[in-house]
Design a protein around this ligand. Structure first.
Ligand SMILES: Nc1ncnc2c1ncn2[C@@H]1O[C@H](COP(=O)(O)OP(=O)(O)OP(=O)(O)O)[C@@H](O)[C@H]1O
Ligand SMILES: Nc1nc2c(ncn2[C@@H]2O[C@H](COP(=O)(O)O)[C@@H](O)[C@H]2O)c(=O)[nH]1
Length: 187
């Protein structure tokens, strides 16, 4: 069976870092999603996201879409199908609302990975060190989506695998085990 690893959790917990690791170490591609938020320094259209205007975002068809900290984000069936045509195992980075939709729509094909950290103050530091603008960090931290995504939602309890991503070495070991198990289950 084909699986999509849905990487979810609060901002700065390391979702993108995990998806990059899965790509680099295991050749597991990440499905690129769509957003209306401005690009961060170093981001590229078509690589990190499909960057959209409000009008172009509205013209696409989505499997699910959300508003996160004032911007729109969405993922398409076409993106998932294209990725599944070439790979049995793919990943996607979503907020927790999107992860809940993937569980409902894709059932056991969605493997949910919820990232957390021991102390949420670490997240502010990570966003600052990543080079995010101060105003962007402040508005994000104040958003209801930020607070919501700090905790595993009730719908994902007993469904999601939780990784506390405080120490990257420990996280890597857990990811290696998960990928080995998912690949074995596909045989
Ligand atoms: N275990 C870790 N220890 C220390 N720093 C980490 C760890 N994991 C990720 N980081 C760093 O934290 C920052 C945020 O990580 P990343 O961009 O992957 O988070 P994210 O969950 O994708 O955030 P967002 O939802 O805002 O896009 C990055 O600079 C990354 O290098
Ligand atoms: N439900 C969805 N969530 C998405 C999608 N693409 C990204 N995201 C999540 O949005 C926030 C903010 O992302 P950022 O890149 O601006 O930091 C984060 O939680 C992402 O996981 C999507 O298509 N659907």
């Amino acid at each position: 069976m084909k699986h999509v690893i849905v990487i979810t959790g609060a901002t700065g917990t390391g979702k993108t870092t995990v998806s990059t690791y899965l790509k680099t170490k295991f050749q597991i591609p990440r499905i690129i999603t769509h957003t209306t938020r401005p690009m961060r320094p170093g981001e590229k259209d078509g690589v990190d996201y499909y960057f959209e205007t409000d009008a172009s975002f509205a013209s696409n068809h989505y499997l699910e879409s959300v508003t996160y900290a004032g911007y729109q984000y969405g993922s398409s069936y076409e993106g998932l199908q294209r990725a599944f045509e070439k790979n049995d195992l793919v990943s996607i980075v979503l907020d927790t609302k999107g992860a809940e939709t993937y569980v409902r729509e894709l059932k056991e094909q969605a493997f949910i990975l919820f990232l957390t950290v021991g102390q949420s103050v670490i997240l502010h530091e990570r966003l600052r060190d990543r080079g995010d603008q101060l105003e962007m960090i402040q508005s994000r931290i104040k958003s209801k989506e930020y607070s919501r995504d700090l905790t595993l939602p009730a719908d994902l309890k007993g469904v999601a695998t939780v990784i506390q991503n405080d120490h990257w070495g420990n996280t890597q070991e857990k990811l290696d085990t998960i990928v080995t198990q998912l690949r074995a289950s596909a045989l």
